[in-house]
Ligand binder design. Structure first.
Ligand code: NDP
Length: 444
């Protein structure tokens, strides 16, 4: 059995009941097979792949909190410090009932390569809790966040591990967590990113993942001689990534006709009304059923269905495994040209394969959504030098990073004979830098 297959088998056997983690490891290891085979003797001798797939440290802790009626609840908190070969651990905190070690490990593993692709000095990590922020009062959110940070603060720091937002963790949650960190540790340092502008946050961080997704999509299309202007786009999700992907797509002259949340989806043939969407999601924290009140000509449907609409470009921006094989078939049948992942691993493996076999340009999340973490790293730089850069300065650095990532993964794919396969390109380009650093640092 080849070294890659041996390690995949071992990961599945030693991490039972963690399908998303298995899926992420398989995708990465299978696509770097060509590099591993070229260095098999040394990699085996140094157990390089075993060290890559096993986190440096994983922490699980109890998070007790009290609701508004005085009832005590206990959730689980997680932090996986995956790989620090190229910098301090960096990766978001997910608050969602589906969170467990398997989900956090899949996200942390992906994060290693994504962070490497940004070209910035950040290692890979991820954290979260099975706490559900939906329907909770501000006071309950604060109670949870303070309890979560009371334990997490023992393991993080501006030079060791710098968490950020993710699903369910936005500016409000980061604020409560930051306040508690500062209160316990007594230091004002850049230990979290995604902070508010009045206490060390970076301009353009809120927009960064969505904007970055469109910058790299635009660059990829340009490399094929295609303009994004006038294209029709389907977006899923209605959170941070989705909203700012829609905003930048509209600025670039595309028409976005869908968005969704976990209950249903909206089809607006005239183009999504962004001001209405922001008011519903960012101000009222309400459901998408409200969208029709703003736009009577739009349609609201319960359940899934965003990918059934005829579009040129699909941007999945909600969650993992939300674009299935039948969705991929519908997109191909409807003449789509590109699928670019704003979320982490939103496309199933079968769907990814089908899309690529059918000539769809496919940009994987670890490259396409790296703008968020890249801008988080820019926030860390600003915190370290105690300066704040202008929106234009951060945005232009973000654009430069995304354009750079596209050419980096495009070149890596070509170099190994996989021209146009950006999954292979992203995994190899991300992997090479991490492996060089791991090799230089010895068996640790
Ligand atoms: P948000 O919590 O702001 O928004 C998530 C959106 O996806 C919401 O509309 C939510 O609907 C929907 N959603 C979540 N879970 C499900 C589900 N199981 N089924 C259907 N819809 C769902 O999160 P973000 O926008 O920050 O993150 C979205 C994705 O992007 C995630 O995969 C995240 O890991 C990834 N990402 C985020 C980055 C960032 O900077 N924020 C950076 C890089 C990647 P509802 O409100 O109903 O739950």
């Amino acid at each position: 059995m080849s070294y890659v297959d041996e390690v995949i088998k071992e990961v599945v056997e030693r991490n039972p009941g963690e399908p998303e983690f298995h899926q992420a490891v398989k995708e990465v290891l299978e696509s770097i097979r060509v590099v591993v085979e070229a260095n098999e003797e040394q990699f085996r001798r140094d157990a390089l792949l075993e060290r890559l797939v096993n986190p440096e440290r994983q922490i699980k802790f109890r998070v007790p909190w009290i609701d508004d009626n005085g009832n005590v609840h206990v959730n689980s908190g997680y932090r996986v410090q995956y790989n620090s070969a190229i910098g301090p651990y960096k990766g978001g905190i997910r608050l969602h009932p589906s969170v467990n070690f398997g989900i956090i490990k899949f996200l942390g593993f992906e994060q290693i390569f994504k962070n490497s692709l940004t070209g910035l000095p950040i290692g890979g990590g991820k954290g979260g809790s099975d706490f559900d922020p939906k329907g909770k009062s501000d006071r309950e959110i604060m109670s949870f966040c303070q309890s979560f940070m009371t334990e997490l603060c023992k393991y993080i720091g501006a030079d060791t591990d710098v968490p950020a937002g993710d699903i369910g963790t936005g500016a409000r949650e980061i604020g409560y967590m930051y306040g508690q960190y500062k209160r316990i540790k007594g230091v004002f340092e850049g230990v979290l990113t995604g902070k508010g502008l009045s206490y060390g946050g970076s301009l353009a961080r809120t927009q960064a993942t969505g904007y970055g997704l469109l910058y790299i999509t635009d660059e990829m299309l340009k490399s094929k001689g295609i303009s994004i202007e006038g294209k029709t786009v389907a977006v899923s999700g209605a959170g941070n990534v989705a909203i700012y992907a829609i905003e930048k797509a509209q600025q670039l002259g595309a028409k976005v006709v869908t968005c969704s949340d976990s209950n249903g989806w909206v089809y607006d043939p005239d183009g999504i009304d962004l001001a209405a969407l922001k008011e519903i999601k960012e101000v009222k924290r309400a459901r998408l059923t409200e969208y029709k009140n703003y736009r009577p000509n739009s349609e609201y449907h319960e359940g899934r269905g965003v990918w059934s609409i005829k579009v040129d470009i699909a941007l999945p921006c909600a969650t993992q495994n939300e674009l299935h094989l039948e969705d991929a078939k519908a997109l191909v049948k409807n003449g789509a040209i590109a699928v670019c992942e704003g979320a982490n691993m939103p496309t199933t493996r079968e769907a990814t394969e089908y899309l690529m076999e059918n000539g769809i340009f496919f940009l994987p999340g670890k490259a396409a959504n790296a703008g968020g973490v890249a801008t988080s790293a820019l926030e860390m730089s600003q915190n370290s030098e105690r300066l704040s850069w202008s929106f234009e300065e951060v945005d232009s650095k973000l654009k430069g990073i995304m354009v750079g990532i596209f050419h980096n993964i495009d070149n890596a794919a070509r170099k190994y004979g996989f021209e146009g396969n950006y999954v292979v390109g992203a995994n190899i380009a991300g992997f090479e830098k991490v492996v060089n650093a791991m090799n230089a640092q010895g068996i640790v």
